[in-house]
Design a protein around this ligand. Structure first.
Ligand SMILES: C[S@@+](CC[C@H](N)C(=O)[O-])C[C@H]1O[C@@H](n2cnc3c(N)ncnc32)[C@H](O)[C@@H]1O
Length: 276
C-alpha cells in the first residue's frame, strides 16, 4: 500500500493527482513539500505518509527552496515533536536539527564515491562541511587518513559536527572548524592533498581560497549547478579562470553529473589536480 492508496476516498481524484510522490527521509523524520493548493489537506497527507512508513516518527512540511548562507529549508512539524534526529548511513551516525543545520541524505552516494578515492596519509579539507558527514565518512572509510578538516560557517551545524565526531569515534582525525572558509582555511597554516567544495550554489566564489591552501598534486572536487543544455561549460570556465588568476597549473581529471536539481538543472562535479 502506498500514500495515495491510503488517501483514496479522503481526497478527490484531482487532489490525489497533486500529492507528491517523492519525499526525503533523514533519520526518523520525513520531509515532504506539500503543494500550496493541498495545504488544507496537509494533516491527511502527513497521516498517510506515517501509515506507510513505519519507521517515521515525525512528518514535516517543507516550504520552497533552501535559502540563506546556511542553506536551510523552512519546515513545519505536522506530526511529531522534534526536528532533531539521528541519521545512519554508510556505517556512520549523524545527529542534526533539520531546522538549524543542513543535511541531505541524497548525498550519501557522493560521500562514498569520494571516500573510496582517499589514500593513506592524505590530508583532506572539506569546505562548507555542515554537520561533518563528509569528513566523518572519509575518516571511517580510510582508517589511515592523515586528517580531515571540516570548515563550516553555521555555529549550530558546527556544534552537531563536534558531537558527530565523538559519536563516530574519529576524534583527532576529523577536525571541525567554525568559520568562514575564506578566512578560516588559510589560518590553519596547512596545505591539503584533497579539497572538496560541496556548496554548488556559491563554491565558485571560493576557488581563490582553494589555490591558497592546495598542496602540489592536490585533487579538488568542485560542485556547481549547471544547465542541462550547456553542461560543465560554466563550471569549467570558473575553474580555469581561477587557476589562471592564481598562476597555478591544473589538469581536469573528471566531470560528472551528481544529482538532478531542478528542471534541466544538474548538480555537477568537476575534478582537477593542481599540478605545481
Ligand atoms: C550545501 S551545504 C553542505 C553541508 C555539508 N557539506 C553536507 O553535505 O551536509 C553548505 C554548507 O556551507 C555552509 N557555508 C555557506 N557559506 C560558507 C562559508 N563562506 N564558509 C563556511 N561555510 C559556509 C552552510 O552553512 C552550509 O552548512
Amino acid at each position: 500500500m502506498n500514500m495515495k492508496d491510503v488517501l483514496k476516498g479522503k481526497l478527490s481524484e484531482e487532489e490525489l493527482s497533486k500529492v507528491p510522490r517523492a519525499f526525503d527521509i533523514v533519520g526518523d523524520i520525513a520531509i515532504i513539500e506539500i503543494p500550496f493548493e493541498l495545504k488544507h489537506r496537509k494533516m491527511d497527507i502527513a497521516e498517510a505518509l506515517l501509515k506507510v512508513n513505519k519507521h517515521v516518527k515525525t512528518v514535516c512540511d517543507k516550504y520552497g527552496e533552501r535559502s540563506g548562507d546556511y542553506r536551510l529549508n523552512e519546515i513545519e512539524i505536522l506530526i511529531g515533536e522534534s526536528t532533531v534526529t539521528e541519521h545512519k548511513e554508510n556505517n556512520c551516525r549523524f545527529r542534526v536539527d533539520l531546522s538549524k543545520a543542513y543535511f541531505s541524505a541524497r548525498e550519501s552516494t557522493e560521500r562514498l564515491r569520494i571516500g573510496r578515492m582517499i589514500k593513506p596519509g592524505e590530508n583532506v579539507l572539506v569546505m562548507f562541511s555542515g554537520v561533518c558527514p563528509s569528513p566523518i565518512t572519509y575518516a571511517r572509510m580510510q582508517k589511515k587518513i592523515g586528517s580531515a578538516y571540516g570548515v563550516e560557517l553555521n555555529p549550530d551545524a558546527h556544534t552537531y559536527a563536534e558531537e558527530n565526531v565523538r559519536l563516530n569515534k574519529v576524534e583527532g582525525k576529523v577536525i571541525p572548524i567554525c568559520g568562514n572558509v575564506r578566512e578560516a582555511c588559510p589560518k590553519l597554516g596547512k596545505k591539503f592533498d584533497r579539497i572538496t567544495m560541496p556548496l554548488p550554489k556559491g563554491a565558485y566564489e571560493f576557488l581563490d581560497t582553494v589555490f591558497e591552501v592546495a598542496a602540489r598534486g592536490c585533487v579538488v572536487h568542485f560542485y556547481y549547478y549547471d544547465r542541462q543544455d550547456a553542461l560543465y561549460g560554466k563550471a569549467l570556465e570558473y575553474v580555469k579562470n581561477a587557476a589562471k588568476k592564481a598562476k597555478r597549473k591544473i589538469k581536469i581529471l573528471d566531470k560528472r553529473k551528481v544529482l538532478p536539481y531542478g528542471p534541466r538543472i544538474w548538480k555537477v562535479c568537476v575534478e582537477f589536480r593542481v599540478l605545481d
